[in-house]
Design a protein around this ligand. Structure first.
Ligand SMILES: [Mg+2]
Length: 90
């Protein structure tokens, strides 16, 4: 996330609190789940999916900030991408 985004997200956490923002993440994940399910039935578009992925990403970034785990998440991500790569090579 950019420094500007970090500032905005930190202000959101300071204004609304981490717990309500965590609930918001759950809500956004449910909306993404709903969009993906409905897309399969022709009731949602890829634009709807893009919007919900953006929403979830924004809330995940806020959780990374709240828990001070940006670097840990990056390390986990790198490890897991490597693991996928290895599995694909077998
Ligand atoms: Mg949403």
């Amino acid at each position: 996330m950019t420094d500007m985004e970090k500032g905005v997200f930190q202000e959101a956490l300071d204004t609304w609190g981490a717990e309500p923002q965590a609930l918001c993440l759950l809500e956004e994940m449910a909306e993404l789940q709903d969009a993906l399910c409905k897309y399969k039935r022709g009731r949602r578009t890829v634009e709807d999916i893009a919007e919900e992925i953006a929403d979830v990403g924004i809330m995940l970034d806020q959780m990374k900030l709240h828990f001070h785990i940006e670097e840990k998440v990056e390390a986990q991500r790198a490890y897991k991408v490597e693991r996928i790569k290895e599995r694909l090579q077998k």
